[in-house]
Design a protein around this ligand. Structure first.
Ligand code: ADP
Length: 260
């Protein structure tokens, strides 16, 4: 619990900081971009080298703008809009979307479980989470491989899930890749904001910390399993909604856990 609190406080602080910086930075970028556009219109086309330099600067500014957009989205992450969500229906839509962006060398396999009760989460954010995981899987499989997406109904067997709200059942979403995997010291840090092993401009280190934040805000639990050259599996447990609310308010001792 202390760990979770520390992570939440850290995310909050990082969110505020990045939000503030990204906002100011965006204003400065707007000045740079509009000045470059004006400059380009005034340059006569016969000076190709100058045009090229302006284009380079514009391209850099575009990349900076897309980074600030991601940072702003990250800092706004706190406000979720939970709704009743049929996990399989949502996942089928996301899988279709993902399939089109992964390229031919990555095979997508799916297995949708039966009898999964609806969950109460922000559907747009859940989609983002899956898209994030798929993007990481794609990056981990530069030579191709298999991305496996599974859903299942999960009933805890005695022990409640660490850090999750106590629920009689969970919707389990598993995302598995056959990529390069990670050593233990990377696995330990993947949920930290800004932790990345990717080159500058490629990774922000915000993907999995966002995923982690969403899962915990939704009362769920996330676990990761990975080994170098063997691939990576992420399991997301979301508490199911019963009688119009997430089962979370009953004291732990009174919660009958099936099989426990
Ligand atoms: P980013 O993708 O921008 O680096 P993330 O928070 O999504 O940020 O991931 C952090 C790090 O975790 C990555 O840089 C990578 O080292 C590792 N990682 C995440 N997902 C995977 C995966 N499926 N396979 C291998 N490594 C991964």
């Amino acid at each position: 619990a202390e760990n979770r609190l520390r992570q939440a406080q850290r995310m909050e602080a990082v969110g505020q900081l990045t939000g503030g910086i990204a906002h100011d930075f965006n204003n400065m970028l707007a000045v740079i971009i509009s000045s470059l556009d004006l400059l380009k219109r005034r340059i006569t086309a016969d000076d190709a080298r100058v045009v090229k330099l302006i284009d380079n600067a514009r391209e850099g500014a575009n990349r900076a703008a897309s980074l600030t957009a991601r940072l702003l989205a990250f800092s706004r992450r706190q406000s979720l809009n939970p709704q009743t969500v049929e996990v399989n229906t949502l996942m089928m839509g996301v899988v279709e979307l993902i399939g089109r962006t992964l390229g031919e060398r990555i095979t997508v396999e799916t297995k949708f479980g039966e009898d999964i009760p609806p969950v109460f989460v922000d559907p747009g954010e859940l989609e983002n989470v899956i898209i994030n995981l798929a993007a990481n899987a794609r990056d981990a499989m530069p030579d191709g491989g298999t991305l496996r997406i599974e859903t299942a109904r999960f009933v805890p067997n005695g022990e409640p899930l660490p850090e999750a709200e106590v629920a009689s059942a969970y919707a389990l979403i598993s995302v598995t890749d056959t990529g390069q995997g990670m050593p233990a010291e990377v696995v330990e840090r993947v949920f930290e904001p800004f932790f990345t092993t990717k080159p500058v401009g490629k990774g922000t280190g915000l993907g999995l910390s966002q995923v982690h934040g969403f899962v915990h805000q939704s009362g769920g639990h996330i676990s990761i399993e990975s080994a170098p050259d063997e691939g990576t599996r992420l399991d997301i447990y979301l508490p199911v909604q019963i009688l119009g609310r997430v089962v979370s308010s009953a004291p732990r001792a009174e919660m009958p856990l099936v099989g426990g």
